[in-house]
Ligand binder design. Sequence first.
Ligand SMILES: Nc1ncnc2c1ncn2[C@@H]1O[C@H](COP(=O)(O)OP(=O)(O)O)[C@@H](O)[C@H]1O
Ligand SMILES: [Mg+2]
Length: 318
Amino acid sequence: MIMVDHTGTIVIVNQEIERLFGYTRHELLGQSIELLVPEPMRGPHPALRAGYLTHPTARRMGAGRDLFGLRKDGTRVPVEIGLNPVETENGTFVLASVVDITERQRAAAERESLLRRLVDLQEQERRDLAHELHDQVGQLLTALKLMLETDALGGVEEMKLLVKEIQECVRGISTNLHPPTLDDFGLLHTLQWHFPRYTQQTGIRVTFEQSGLDARFARRLEAAAFRIVQEALTNVARHTRVTEVRVAVLAQESRLRMLVEDAGPGFDVDAAARGGLGSGIMGMRERARALNGSLNVETGPGSGVRIVVELPLEQPAP
Ligand SMILES: Nc1ncnc2c1ncn2[C@@H]1O[C@H](COP(=O)(O)OP(=O)(O)O)[C@@H](O)[C@H]1O
Ligand SMILES: [Mg+2]
């Protein structure tokens, strides 16, 4: 908080202002308020001040504009300023509350960039889905069309088989997109449904440990948790030749802790990051962050991979 008289001379400052601008109160008292106003606003400021004094009301300064204060060390700090006129027999004083909004702006920028990455992630998933549809379903349909066109009557049985294959393919893609059990039966059931399917497709056994999963959690938490485990398991199948993977999902107190661990070859995280990590690990991490959680990859060449995820159970209403 800072108070100036009608000439713009600083008459009161509090500790907050001393800390924010890096001056002691003795350095500020008696100085013109313009000391704290950076260019290009410093020049026009006295006129704006005079204008304010002709209609002094309690209001925000510079509505809609980005305001900055000038620190003693010459750096600029983003601020929000509220003005309050104080009428006295010695004229109008103005009491200004100055709030450092650096942290608020940083948080907003972070949210924005997270949002952008989530949109990218979604776009990537759509691309993958488009490929899958095109490659698998498209190919089968083309084969079916060819058979129909050649009018091979003897091919009816074969065509029935093909249709069955298409059905299974569509079911598989649709199930991967959103397991139908997730909404109805929750995370535990969906994981228990997924593991044998995974083992059947990859030959990798899943050792599963859980606690506290009988409860239901926020829908988006369950979906993200499932996706993360699913992606981590896909990586194990894709990048290792292990025959076993360990999964632990523990709901404890206020958080969900998840662990996916394999004893495969591991990888060099820094090298992978330089090569621009695949969308898989990035995607898992973004999902965790979007829920105010975290994801760590513990690995190194020859030492397996351990994906450690923590998600707060308490999620704001959607
Ligand atoms: N469980 C794992 N074991 C060994 N290497 C892994 C494992 N998971 C990921 N990696 C390495 O990290 C890279 C990035 O993974 P990811 O982001 O999922 O992309 P992608 O699977 O599409 O390559 C992989 O290309 C692989 O080299
Ligand atoms: Mg992957």
